[in-house]
Design a protein. Structure first.
Length: 381
C-alpha cells in the first residue's frame, strides 16, 4: 500500500486532538480551591509522554472505518454534546443539580466538525490521562520518590497529604467525566482499571513486604510478576483501547483486537520501564534510576538473573536491605543476561501487539499504532 515503508509520527497523526487534550484536562481539573487546583494540575503541566491518550486517539481513528456493530445501543448525540459547561467552583458543586463543570464530552468546535474521532473518544483519552496522573501522584507517595519528569515530585513540592488528596480529586473528576459518557460498559471497564491499579500495587507491596523465609525461584515467580505488571500498567492501556472500540460501535472482533493490542503493548512498555531502571541514568529518565532495588523490588531483569544466579534468593528475601545488597544485586543483574532476556520478552509482547491489529484496514493511524510498538521497545526514557 501507499503507506508501507513510510514512517509515521504517531503524535502527528492525531496532532490536532492532542493539542486540545491538555487544555481540556485543565478544564476537567478546575477547582474553586486555589491550592487544590494547583496540586491537581501539577503533573498535567509537566512534559509527560501522554502515551495513553495518544493510544486511545490513534486506536479510535484506526478503527473508524471498520464495520459498525448494532449490538450496543448508542447514546443520542444531543445529550452527549450540548450539556452546558460552567466554571467549576466549590460553591457550584455543592448544588447537586449543577455539577455542570464537566460536559458530556469535549465541546465540538469547528476544528473537529465531521471528525472520524468521536467527542466521546476524545473525552476517553482525557480520562485515561487523569487516571494515569492520579496513579502517579499516589505512586510517588508510596515510593517516596523525589523527582518526576525532571522536576520535584508532587509529594516533595506539596507534601504527602496534598499529593494523595490531589490524586483522589483527579479520580473523582475522571469518574464524573466517565459517567457522563453514558455508556455502562465503558464505565465498568475504566472503574475496573482503577481497582486493578490498586491490586497491582498491592501485589508489588506483598512481594516485598511479605516474609517468605527463603524464596526459591520457580516459574510462578515470573507469572506473579507478569500478573502484577498487567494490573499495574497494562490494564489501563488495554481496557481504554477496548473502550475506544466500544465507543466507536465496533464489532466484537475489533473490540477484542483493540484490547489485545493494548494488553501486549502495555506489558512490553512496563518490561522496558523495568529494564531502563537498570540501564539508564536518572538524569536521562527524569526520575531516580535504580529505584526498584532501593525499594526492595525484584523486577524482570533481576528475576531472569535469579533463575541462574541462585545466590540472589537470599537478597530478595530480605528485600535488599542488607549492607551492600543493592550494589551486589545490581552487579549480578548487569553481569547476567537478565537485561537481554527482559528486552527479548518485551519484544515478544510488542510483536503480539502488532499481530493483534494485523487485520485492521491500512491507515496512517494504524501505522501510528505500529510505530508505538517500535517506540515502546526502542525508547530510552
Ligand atoms: C508507576 O510505577 C505506578 C503505576 C503504574 C501505578 C501505581 C498505582 C497506585 C499507586 C495505586 C493507586 C492508584 C490509583 C489510581 C488510586 P513505578 O513506581 O514502577 O514507576 P515510576 O518509576 O514512574 O515511579
Ligand atoms: Mg514509582
Ligand atoms: Mg511504584
Amino acid at each position: 500500500s501507499r503507506l508501507e515503508g513510510l514512517s509515521v509520527d504517531p503524535l502527528q497523526v492525531v496532532g490536532k486532538e492532542m493539542r486540545f487534550l491538555t487544555q481540556n484536562i485543565q478544564q476537567l481539573l478546575g477547582s474553586g480551591h486555589p491550592m487544590l487546583d494547583t496540586v491537581a494540575k501539577y503533573y498535567t503541566k509537566s512534559e509527560g509522554k501522554h502515551m495513553r491518550p495518544l493510544l486511545v486517539l490513534l486506536m479510535s481513528r484506526a478503527i473508524s472505518t471498520t464495520p459498525k456493530s448494532s449490538r450496543r445501543p448508542s447514546v443520542p448525540t444531543a445529550t452527549r454534546i450540548n450539556d452546558p459547561i460552567s466554571p467549576s467552583t466549590i460553591l457550584s458543586d455543592t448544588n447537586p443539580s449543577s455539577l455542570q463543570s464537566i460536559s458530556v464530552s469535549p465541546p465540538v468546535s469547528d476544528a473537529f466538525e465531521g471528525s472520524d474521532i468521536l467527542p466521546s473518544q476524545r473525552r476517553l483519552a482525557e480520562i485515561t490521562e487523569l487516571i494515569h496522573t492520579a496513579s502517579l501522584l499516589h505512586d510517588d507517595v508510596i515510593d517516596s520518590s523525589i523527582s518526576r519528569r525532571s522536576s520535584p515530585s508532587a509529594n516533595i513540592s506539596f507534601g504527602n497529604k496534598m499529593a494523595v488528596l490531589a490524586g483522589d480529586f483527579l479520580l473523582g473528576r475522571a469518574s464524573v467525566a466517565l459517567a457522563r459518557l453514558r455508556d455502562a460498559e465503558v464505565i465498568e471497564l475504566l472503574a475496573t482499571v482503577i481497582a486493578n491499579l490498586v491490586e497491582g500495587e498491592f501485589m508489588q507491596l506483598k512481594n516485598t513486604a511479605q516474609e517468605e523465609a527463603k524464596p526459591i525461584w520457580t516459574e510462578d515467580t515470573l507469572t506473579y510478576y507478569l500478573q502484577k505488571t498487567y494490573l499495574k500498567s497494562a490494564s489501563l492501556i488495554s481496557k481504554s483501547c477496548r473502550a475506544a472500540a466500544l465507543l466507536g460501535q465496533c464489532s466484537p472482533d475489533i473490540v477484542d483486537a483493540a484490547y489485545l493490542y493494548g494488553r501486549n503493548l502495555g506489558l512490553a512498555f512496563q518490561l522496558v520501564d523495568d529494564m531502563l531502571d537498570y540501564t539508564t541514568s536518572g538524569e536521562e529518565l527524569g526520575k531516580p534510576a535504580g529505584a526498584d532495588l532501593e525499594l526492595g523490588l525484584a523486577t524482570a531483569p533481576l528475576l531472569f538473573a535469579w533463575r541462574k544466579h541462585k545466590e540472589l534468593g537470599v537478597l530478595v528475601s530480605r528485600k535488599f536491605t542488607g549492607v551492600g545488597d543493592v550494589q551486589m544485586a545490581r552487579d549480578i543483574v548487569l553481569r547476567s543476561d537478565g537485561i537481554e532476556q527482559t528486552r527479548a520478552l518485551a519484544q515478544e509482547y510488542a510483536d503480539k501487539a502488532i499481530q493483534a491489529i494485523s487485520n485492521f484496514p491500512p491507515s496512517e493511524a494504524k501505522e501510528g499504532l505500529l510505530d508505538m510498538c517500535e517506540k515502546a521497545t526502542k525508547r530510552r526514557k
